[in-house]
Structures are given as structure tokens and as C-alpha cells.
Design a protein around this ligand. Sequence first.
Ligand SMILES: NC(=O)c1ccc[n+]([C@@H]2O[C@H](COP(=O)([O-])OP(=O)(O)OC[C@H]3O[C@@H](n4cnc5c(N)ncnc54)[C@H](OP(=O)(O)O)[C@@H]3O)[C@@H](O)[C@H]2O)c1
Length: 284
Amino acid sequence: MKIGFIGAGKTGFTLGKYFCEHNLNVIGYYSKNFQSAKQAAEFTNTKCFKDIESIVEESDTLFLTVPDGIIKEIWDCIQKLPIKNKIICHCSGSLSSAVFSNIDIHQCYGYSIHPLFAISDKLNSYKEISGAFFTLEGSEERLAEMQSFLEKLGNSVQIINSVNKPIYHSAAVFVSNFIVALMQTGIDLLISCGFDEQSAAKALNPLLIGNVQNIIKQGTTFSLTGPIERSDIGTIEGHLQCIPENEKELYILLSKKLIEIASKKNPERNYELLKNQLEKWGKQ
Ligand SMILES: NC(=O)c1ccc[n+]([C@@H]2O[C@H](COP(=O)([O-])OP(=O)(O)OC[C@H]3O[C@@H](n4cnc5c(N)ncnc54)[C@H](OP(=O)(O)O)[C@@H]3O)[C@@H](O)[C@H]2O)c1
């Protein structure tokens, strides 16, 4: 494979360096700003390209590591070039390979390859990406080859159906972004009872870390504790009486999800009363 990157940002830097460390043949980078391509080329000891035509010509596999909203624009540009038999990949979590419209006409192969990983640092994230889980979908013809390409790096790979990409991506939003929202909600509630922002975070951090470690170690079901699991209606009512109005809906929705988990953990317990009570509170 002769791999070229279009888009020298966090993902381009990280995957390029990671591939180089695995002795894969990375040709180099093209980017909107030549300085970015130059820096990525220096970082990976590869070439930088001043025009998109040259990198397309020299590569047989292209990674379009540009922002999601730009992938189609780049595809519209490169599909006018000679691309027969080339592999074209993007790394978006939410878009599928369908963004490469008419790819069959060009007799080339399109894939979305998504590392389920927050790539936050273009110079350092490559050191940690070996632990990332990759999802892959796209042209049937070379799917097995692409799977094996990723598995040889040592990463776990799951092939998914292109129609499921938005659902798949929403799972990542729940576990990544929504945790941020929940943490901020906890901080705001502590601030409302006298903590400052810093001490609120300091107080909640061990709870957050312990919880994540438990979930990783023993799964969600056996990590569940608290008033929902205990069906402690009095405590839950107390919470709902004092938390701000806009947090109540969130509290009730999340409690309903926790009842599903608690029912699995404690099949002998009946959570119907709590469920009905939450419905009632939700309508008030
Ligand atoms: N960051 C993550 O955590 C992460 C994780 C998984 C997947 N992804 C996916 O990876 C892709 C890239 O995301 P990112 O986080 O790496 O973004 P990023 O750091 O903003 O990098 C994108 C790069 O694309 C270049 N670019 C923008 N428009 C261009 C154009 N018209 N032609 C050529 N290059 C162009 C920019 O280059 P210049 O510097 O030259 O302006 C920029 O450096 C996205 O599809 C994203 O969904 C990201």
C-alpha cells in the first residue's frame, strides 16, 4: 500500500505516525495550508505535496482526514482525477462511505474507518491509539483486506453496516460528550450548595473515576448503586423537590434507564411502584 493523507490535522498526524511506526508505506500529506502538510511530513519523515493531483497520483490508498463537512468537497475534487483501483477512506464517525457517491463508476473502493478514540493532540495521540477500537464499513470487494490491514496494527475492528453509522456515532456521544454534561450538572448542583467550581470538581472526581473503573472492571449492571437501585422513593422525591426545574426531566429520564439496569441486577425486586411514581413526577 502507498498511503497518502489529505488533511494534516490531529487525525492525519496521528494515523500517519501510527502507520509509519508499523512500517507501513506512508507517502505523505497534502493539506489546505502547505505549512500543515510540511509539519506532518517532517513529523512522519514523509513527503509534503503542494497540489492534490500529485498526492492522488502517487498514492494507491487515500485517507481524507479533513473535517466531516469537507469530505464530500474533497471527494468531488479527486473523483475528477485518475483514481481507478484506488482505496479511498475517511475517518468520520457519523458519515458512512456513501459520501463517496458514484464510487463504483470510478472502479475504486470507499471506506469509512473510525477510531473510537478522542484524538486531542496531533503530536502525542499516536502513542495511545494502539488501544483504540476501530469500526469499518464500505465496499464489499476489499473489506476483508481493510479489516486485516487494521487488525495487523493490533487494534480491534468491528465491521458495521453503513445505515447504522448514525446510531453507532450516537453511542459515542452518550459515553463521551454526555458524561461531560453530567459532570457539569453535578458541579453546578454542588456550586448551588456553596462549593466553588474547583472544589466541586475535586469533590466529584474520585466518584467519577471510581465509577468508570468499576464499569470497566465489572460492567454496568454490577456497578449500579444508589437510591434508584434501592427503590428509595423518599430520597428520590427529596432530590426532585430541590433540584432546578430544567434538571428534573434529565433526572427522571436517567432514573428510568437505571430502573432497566436495576431490574437486571435484582430480578427478584419489583420496581413498578418507582416506575409509576417517576411517570407521575414527570407529568407534574
Ligand atoms: N479528533 C478526533 O478525536 C477524531 C476521532 C476520530 C475521527 N475523527 C475524524 O477525523 C477527521 C478529521 O478530524 P480532526 O479532528 O483530525 O480535524 P482537524 O484536527 O481539524 O484536522 C483537519 C485538517 O483538515 C485540513 N483541511 C480542512 N479543509 C481542507 C481542505 N479543503 N483541503 C485539504 N485539507 C483541509 C485542515 O488543514 P490545514 O491545517 O491545512 O488548514 C486540518 O488540519 C474527521 O472526519 C473526524 O470526524 C476525529
